[in-house]
Design a binder for this molecule. Sequence first.
Ligand code: G
Ligand code: G
Ligand code: MN
Ligand code: NA
Length: 254
Amino acid sequence: RKVEMQLRAALEHESLSLHFQPLIDLASGRIIGAEALVRMRAADGSLVSPASFIPLAEETGLILPLGDWILSAALRQLAQWRRAGWDDFVLAVNISGIQFRQSQFVPRLAEMLEVCAVPGRFLELELTEGVLAEQSVDAIAGLQQLKALGVRLAIDDFGTGYSSLSYLKRLPIDRLKIDRSFVDDLPGHAGDVAITRSIVHIARAFDLAVTAEGVENQAQRDFLRELGCQSAQGYWFSKPVPAEALEVLLREGH
Ligand code: G
Ligand code: G
Ligand code: MN
Ligand code: NA
């Protein structure tokens, strides 16, 4: 298939890159981190969305080399930012379930952290509820090994999966990311207000960080801030941008 061939070529010719979306502390308005999001450049120069090639990479197993490339590129960038003085900054990386379940995942990550000399606590891995809902012995052991490296763990798209809340008390989670679908219609939609408020309260009760995703306007930002939601991402603050553009935002002191 076309996308598969493009992806194979991209892995060989390094026509992959990372974009970064800033994570904003809502109380201060400052950038406290970023989420890395992979991009693929097609032969004609256009950018192909990961929404089309990640599922395909998962089907074909290409997610393993791709995931390795993403993690090591993200850590190299983070190390460079740390050397430039942005040393209080957490970088989040999305991890596919297939990648997480690979037996060599933790040892490889440990090696990458060491090579880049980045303390584990400045890396956050975003997992979806599907991965956590398993609660298999292996999955729990994997999460504990990641915590032993100091790595932070976030639940991505929180509220959209099998939301058995029981895993919150069993698993070593650090952050809930409120899915964009609940943020879209804030503050006017009573159901979404109730869901968002509940997630913020759950996060507080479990002493977890909480991030609202997909904040696109000031009304959403103000509402979430008043709700006590600690942090947010979204087009209102910045789209995912190349590393140099994120550096401009950091220098401006956002
Ligand atoms: O940036 P956006 O169009 O950037 O991403 C679309 C989808 O692809 C999202 O669901 C996002 O989580 C996923 N995605 C983006 N980058 C990565 C990545 O580096 N790894 C994985 N596993 N998924 C990613
Ligand atoms: O699944 P995950 O949360 O990792 O996906 C992040 C996706 O959300 C990426 O495709 C990213 O480009 C997109 N995104 C980030 N901020 C916004 C936003 O404010 N609005 C919309 N519509 N998409 C966003
Ligand atoms: Mn994510
Ligand atoms: Na998400």
